[in-house]
Design a protein around this ligand. Structure first.
Ligand SMILES: [Zn+2]
Length: 132
């Protein structure tokens, strides 16, 4: 069981108060350090850390050029391409491995309302013309 801070005795004069040695003497006696010794110990620790601290390796810089497209951007690009090829909703959905309803929901969720309208309006237009 470790001694709690509250179990420690009040500081008495160490003869070296205000030095790291004084702090060590307080500790050795099971005392709270006095204020000058606590300050000396803090200064000592700080100096020691600064001395022993290894220089940090430089952080890898994030590459600014060409951020990777998000899945919805990739999907949008594919859809644009397929629309350009004259494909309709069923072919596009099939190419993306989803059902047309799922594709419609994905586009809605991604906020690609323009694309949603174009994919499904295209199909509606073809249905009207009797191509489907
Ligand atoms: Zn002291």
């Amino acid at each position: 069981m470790t001694a709690k801070a509250t179990d420690k005795l009040p500081p008495t004069d160490t003869g070296r108060c205000g030095e790291y040695a004084g702090y060590r003497r307080h500790r050795h006696r099971g005392q709270h350090p006095c204020t000058p010794c606590a300050q000396a110990a803090a200064d000592y620790d700080r100096a020691r850390r600064a001395h022993t601290r290894k220089p940090r390796p430089p952080k890898p810089q994030p590459v600014e050029e060409d951020p990777k497209p998000t899945p919805d951007e990739i999907r949008a690009t594919e859809i644009e391409f397929l629309l350009g090829c004259g494909e309709g909703e069923h072919a596009i959905a099939k190419a993306l491995g989803v059902k047309p309803g799922s594709l419609r929901r994905q586009l809605h969720r991604d906020g690609r309302h323009d694309l949603n309208t174009r994919v499904f309006a295209y199909a509606a237009e073809h249905r009207q013309q009797g191509n489907r």
